[in-house]
Every structure is written in C-alpha cells, then in structure tokens.
Design a protein around this ligand. Structure first.
Ligand SMILES: *Cc1c(COP(=O)(O)O)cnc(C)c1O
Length: 372
C-alpha cells in the first residue's frame, strides 16, 4: 500500500455529532434541542437570505478569490487596512493556512492543554511539535506558556474566550504577555466568540495588534453571525504576515454565497447586539440555575458554559440525549464530570434545565471527581 506521511498516521478522523434527524428517528422523539456546537439559536440576520438568493444566478461563475468587497466591508467595520485581512472557509481553514505557511518539521508551538483541537491537528500534520501547558482554573496560564518559549518556538495559540472552558484572559494579562514574547514568535489569538463579550472588551485586541506585528487575530462568521454552514472566517494581522498566509491559500477558498452572506450579516449590527444581549441573559439564567442545583461552572464569556455536574459526563450526556437534548459531553474533552452546553433561546434553556434536573436525580454522583 501507498504510505501516508508518518506524522498523520496517528490522527483521528473527525467524528461529527449525530445528525438531528437520526437522533429523532432512533429515540422516537419529535423535538430535538441541539446545544452542542455553539451555533446561534437565533439563526442569522434576515438580510442574509436575500443576499444568498441574489447570487443564485451566478452559481456557474467562480467566486472572487480575493473577496474584495467583503474585505472592504470588514476593513471598514473593524477599522483595519484591507491588506491586514485574509478569509478562509471558516477560521478552521485560516488555522490550517497558518500552520502550512509557518511550520516546518520540528518547529514548536505552545497551546493550552484543553483548547480548540484544530491547532494541534494542523500543527501535527506539518510535523510541528505541540507543547501543551495546563490550564489554571480553566484559564490559559500565560506565565506558564511564556516559560516554555525557546529558540524552536514558532507559534503560540491562545483561544480567548477559550473553547471548551469559556474562560477569558484579561486584556491586561495579554498585554503584559505580548510584551514578553519575542517578535519572531507568531501569537494567534482565536477570538471566535469575542463578539459575545462586552463591547468595550472586544475591540481591545485590535489595539494590541497595532502594537505587535507578530499577532494574528482569528474571527468567524460561524458563531454570533450565525453562518456556520457557509464556512467563512478570517484572520487579521500585519500585512506581511497576511501576505505569507495568502501565499498558501487556495485560489477560490470561499464561496460567493458565503461572501455575500457575510457582507449582509456584517451590515446588520442591530441583530448582533440583540444576540449578544439575549446571550448574556441566557448566561445569567443558566448560571443561576446551576447554582441552585449545586453545580459549579467556569465563568462563561462566550455563548456556552462548561459546568461540572459532579457525575460521569457520559451518563449525563446520554440522559440528556434520551430527553432530546444534545450537549457536548466532557468525557470527550478530558473533563470527565462536566458537560459543555451552548446557550439557547429562553425556551431551550429552561427545557435543558428541566431535563438536567431529572438526569441529576437519576445518575449517581461520581466517586472521584477529577476536575474541580
Ligand atoms: C467554532 C470555532 C472556530 C471555527 O469556526 P469556523 O466555523 O471554522 O469559522 C474556531 N475557533 C474556535 C475556538 C471555535 O470555537
């Protein structure tokens, strides 16, 4: 047989969650509430539908590979130059392109022990080495990460807010951290959920970007903008860094539907503000209910909460699934007694809490609790 490259043979093939239709059929349920993938429960801006329909007649024509109009729109919205922006088929693809553009075999990259899995996945494909620094109280240990920097370090990945824990490092900490990272090391700040945090916080990283040429921010249209199925996200960085990433980009990596939809979505900031406010209410509600149920949760800055249910995660996950509610079980995330739940609509949230309460009464408290 033809042998693949040695550094990919151990990689797992991504296991997607079960399709909603299949879960319905298997369990004989009419309604399924999916709170597993941090999607926007309010969908996307109504302007998006028209924008996509407007492109249908052009289906046979390649998209604009450089996404010129969308670049202009994002540049105006965030007040950065056009040559500081690069689009990908989701920010997943931007992560892939960064690894492809900057890493050769043996390069080291530093990341948190429990964070977004795509960093490690793409680093290993390029033959890079992952140094995983344990989280401290569910939060990135920036000091610990700094201590692991050496002459082989090429990239530091920081997910802020962090997926799956939902925690955030403060802008002050980040500022101090960046001042100490050598500027030959690229710092990738993945801000997939940044629009959910208070507005005054979510523009701070753009300031850090002006002070540090080695920072790349990752943003996406998949989360608060509600365009997950269209696959569009972007990176923002120094023009030279963006140029390097552009050199490995496929010519037509984002579709015309995604570009048109993103352009419409970014215009409707009223929708984004409403989603941010509803999400904040949802976080308050869920946090209060967890407290009432005697459960501890990490402080949540995105649109999801990691909560310690003090019981085996798999049993709680399955108990919820049987009641038509899909969450992420911590057993798959190395949090054996926790679940990660996306904030839904008020109705979804209260159905989730009702089901959780039933499941908690059914499932025995775990004898040993590994994470606190
Ligand atoms: C969802 C997510 C992404 C990727 O989203 P795309 O759909 O590929 O844009 C990136 N980083 C984190 C932390 C995420 O949670």
């Amino acid at each position: 047989m033809v042998q693949p490259k040695a550094n990919i043979v151990h990689l797992p093939v991504y296991q997607p969650g079960k399709p909603i239709e299949e879960v319905k059929r298997e369990l004989g349920l009419k309604e399924i509430i999916k709170l597993a993938s941090n999607e926007n429960p309010y969908g996307c801006s109504p302007l998006v539908r028209e924008a996509i329909l407007g492109q249908l007649e052009q289906t046979h024509i390649y998209p604009d590979g450089g996404a010129v109009e969308l670049t202009q729109a994002v540049s105006e919205h965030l007040d950065v130059s056009k040559n500081q922006i690069i689009f990908g088929a989701g920010s997943d693809e931007v992560i892939l392109m960064i690894a492809r553009a900057f890493l050769v075999k043996g390069d080291e990259t530093i990341m948190a022990s429990h964070t977004f899995p795509q960093y490690k996945h793409n680093v290993e494909i390029e033959g890079g080495v992952c140094i995983e620094v344990p989280l401290a109280e569910g939060t990135h240990d920036l000091q610990g990460m700094l201590e692991r920097v050496n002459e082989k370090t090429k990239i530091i990945w920081i997910c802020n807010p962090n997926n799956p824990t939902g925690t955030m490092v403060s802008q002050q900490e980040l500022k101090r951290f960046l001042e100490q990272v050598p500027d030959r090391v690229l710092v990738v700040l993945d801000e997939a959920y940044i629009e959910y945090t208070a507005t005054e916080d979510n523009s701070n990283s753009l300031k850090l970007l002006r002070e540090h040429d080695n920072v790349v921010l990752l943003r996406t249209f998949s989360k608060i903008y509600g365009l997950a199925s269209l696959r569009i996200g972007f990176g923002i960085g120094h023009p030279d860094v963006i140029h390097s990433i552009n050199q490995v980009r496929e010519p037509f990596n984002t579709t015309r539907y995604a570009q048109a939809a993103a352009m419409a979505a970014i215009k409707d900031q009223a929708f984004i503000t409403r989603c941010r406010e509803e999400n904040a209410k949802g976080i308050d509600y869920l946090t209060g209910e967890f407290e009432r149920l005697g459960l501890s949760a990490y402080p949540a800055y995105g649109n999801f909460i990691m909560v310690n249910v003090h019981r085996p995660a798999k049993s709680v996950f399955e108990g919820l699934l049987g009641r038509g509610i899909i969450v992420r079980g911590g057993h798959q995330l190395d949090f054996p007694t926790s679940i990660r739940v996306t904030v839904g609509t008020p109705e979804q949230n209260s159905k989730f809490i009702q089901a959780l309460e039933e499941v908690l009464n059914e499932v025995q408290i775990a004898a040993t609790e590994i994470n606190g």
